[in-house]
Design a protein around this ligand. Structure first.
Ligand SMILES: [Zn+2]
Length: 142
């Protein structure tokens, strides 16, 4: 069992739903952050996007955490996806493990309008620091 940097909204451990959609089912298209492609998904990616994305290093999906997506609300930089998983990642700032939650992805890709290929690379506290740094950089100096 890993220790993950807590997220103020989503918590500190994977949100188990007990749901693992069959990646081979014709109506299932997982986000490529899950890092596995069935042959059908590879063929679809090639046909519609023109390439198969490289697996992302230093991350894995947590089995049993899938939730349903709403493809009609997504900005499809890749193929629209039908499900999200909690993804374990390593923060590029502090090198700790954190979770990019399925619910968080739904929020990013369906409410905030982020494209499906935008990735979360920092844990929640480092993201907050990063946001403040960017805000300070924009503030005029007096
Ligand atoms: Zn961090």
């Amino acid at each position: 069992m890993s220790d993950w940097v807590p997220h103020p909204r989503y918590g500190a451990k994977p949100r188990i739903t007990g749901f693992d959609p069959d990646p081979d089912a014709p109506d299932v298209q997982l986000h490529y952050n899950v890092n596995f492609f069935t042959e059908r998904q590879k063929a679809d990616m090639l046909r519609y996007v023109g390439h198969v994305p490289e697996p992302r290093a230093n991350q894995r999906h947590i089995p049993g955490t899938a939730i349903a997506a709403d493809p009609s609300k997504q900005q499809p930089a890749t193929l629209p996806v039908t499900h999200y998983y909690d993804i374990e990642k390593r923060c590029i700032e502090c090198d700790r493990l954190f979770l990019f939650f399925a619910e968080e992805q739904k929020h990013w890709y369906e409410e905030l309008g982020f494209k499906l290929d935008s990735d979360c690379v920092r844990c929640s506290p480092c993201r907050k620091i990063d946001r403040e740094r960017k805000r300070d950089a924009q503030r005029p100096r007096t």
